[in-house]
Design a protein around this ligand. Structure first.
Ligand code: BG6
Length: 483
């Protein structure tokens, strides 16, 4: 397969919080990768904007260090670093004051795409949006990019949406959920809507249940202070897992267009059933193998969850009666994320020896090994008679697509290029985010009102025992969390 890199139009990208963690780890190394891949125009301009008192040379040093630390192997091999650093500039700016804005204005060019990445806490979104307009820097063609967390509940998300809407039109706002930029997540749409095979089976008549697992082996580490105010429900379920669920469950949009796709996702979120207390399990990792969650959070009495497993349903014709089981957690056995579509058992088998677990399963692996498997039943090879075996038809992208998969941009790279291209399909619309909070809030409020205490689970395990029971009592089991 021939790799196709389509260069984007000339652009000025301003990164507010340009010296921060996300910028250093993801955004700037990602931009450098796109530069090496030839996707970024030679005259692109990237302006760091932050409180730190730096000049352009100081910012270039910081970015060179970030690329050395977080850039990975491919980046070290790309000889373009000096040319890339040349594209960088810097403004010391006060998001809540007057300093730096006039200078930023002079640096922005006319006639190129202007994008403003708010890589800062949500508390500053409104301040920056307002100043971009009041200083006459942005116009109706400018784009703004905002990061999660987009609020911590419905009310705060509504406030954020209102403060952005006061300055920018929804078509200018790009809310990032980096899961939507993952290669396999987009493949999910290609598989569903680019093949005739699956759509006729994609409903309650043929699908037994769906499992979405996002397991991490790392703990909250140095992010304890942020995470402890958030927890797995806000940090992962409300956004990443719900987005995955939407892509699996949505109706086929009439076209692959931002609003057509997002309209369908919104309908899914609105049709999600409330989760009863016995259908959700919260956990917190213990200190059996290193620091416990409470050590990491710096609070010996923290009740914040580092794990959630839940069962939900979608109240519409397609999915009536089909459980969706979601789980995510930190310090689990492995870093592995997958969506498994488990089909119903055969209505009748003509074979005596059907073996175990003979249901067809379509498993979409997000990480670490991106790919798709379809478990099918075949005859066991050899002379042993008509014995059946269940084997995966395996399409691991790295094997099937070779270099193409290796060189695929990571989620951030892809999403930033989409911002420059002006394509909002893989970004969350304001109403989607609010609907997701409207579903999440009662769950979190319920925990608070009931003084719910998370179950402690062993670090390196698959999570709390109670999460197993969530499926056992429905006669089902979680898939292995293996790499
Ligand atoms: C982030 C969460 O959004 O996603 C983190 O805040 C989490 O807590 C991360 O670790 C997981 O992303 P990925 O791409 O490594 O699966």
């Amino acid at each position: 397969m021939v790799s196709r890199v389509i260069p984007v139009d000339p652009f000025d990208l301003v990164i507010f919080g340009g010296t921060g963690d996300l910028a250093r780890r993801k955004i700037l190394p990602g931009l450098f990768r796109r530069f090496c891949a030839g996707q970024m125009p030679q005259d692109a301009q990237i302006i760091g904007a932050a409180r730190s008192d730096l000049d352009a040379a100081g910012f270039r040093d910081l970015v060179a260090d970030a690329i050395a630390e977080f850039g990975g192997k491919t980046l070290a091999e790309c000889g373009e670093l000096p040319a890339f650093l040349d594209r960088l500039d810097y403004v010391t700016i006060d998001a809540r004051g007057d300093d730096g804005w006039a200078e930023l204005k002079t640096k922005m060019r006319k006639g190129v795409v202007a994008a403003y990445y708010f890589s800062v806490g949500p508390g500053l979104f409104g301040d920056i949006a307002k100043r971009l307009n009041s200083w006459g820097i942005a116009d109706k063609n400018s784009r703004i990019v905002v990061e999660k967390p987009f609020g911590r509940d419905l009310a705060s998300a509504q406030d954020l949406n209102a403060s952005l809407a006061a300055e920018f039109d929804e078509t200018q706002i790009y809310r990032i959920d980096h899961y939507l930029g993952k290669e396999t997540v987009q493949n999910l749409m290609a598989i569903r809507f680019g093949n005739l095979l699956f759509e006729p089976l994609w409903n309650a008549q043929y699908i037994d249940h769906i499992q979405i697992s996002v397991a991490e082996s790392v703990g909250v580490g140095g992010r304890g202070a942020y995470y402890d105010k958030s927890g797995a429900m806000r940090d992962m379920v409300q956004n990443h897992l719900m987005q995955l669920l939407c892509l699996i469950a949505m109706e086929p949009p009439s076209k692959f267009d931002p609003d057509a796709v997002r309209d369908e996702k919104l309908k899914v979120i609105r049709a999600l059933q409330p989760v009863a207390p016995h259908e959700i399990v919260r956990g917190q990792y213990g200190g059996n193998d290193g620091p416990s969650y409470r050590d990491d959070a710096g609070d010996p009495r923290s009740f914040t969850e580092s794990y959630v497993a839940l069962k939900t349903q979608i109240a519409n014709w397609r999915w009536s009666g089909v459980p969706f089981y979601l789980r995510t957690g930190k310090r689990l056995k492995a870093r592995t994320s997958e969506i498994a579509v488990v089909f119903k058992p055969l209505p009748h088998s003509i074979f005596d020896d059907v073996g175990e677990g003979g249901q067809n399963v379509l498993a979409i692996q997000l990480q670490p090994n991106e790919g798709i498997t379809l478990d099918v039943t075949i005859k066991e090879p050899g002379p042993g008679g008509m014995r059946l075996a269940h084997v995966p038809l395996d399409m691991t992208f790295a094997e099937t697509l070779g270099d193409e998969a290796e060189e695929a941009p990571d989620a951030y790279e892809r999403l930033i290029m989409d911002v420059i291209r002006g394509n909002q399909t893989l970004f969350m619309r304001g109403d989607e985010v609010e609907a997701a909070w409207a579903w999440t809030d009662p769950i979190i409020d319920g925990w608070r009102d009931r003084h719910d205490v998370p179950k402690i689970y062993d670090a390196g395990s698959t999570g709390p025992e109670d999460a197993l029971a969530l499926l056992h009592r429905d006669g089902r089991r979680w898939r292995d969390l293996s790499v």
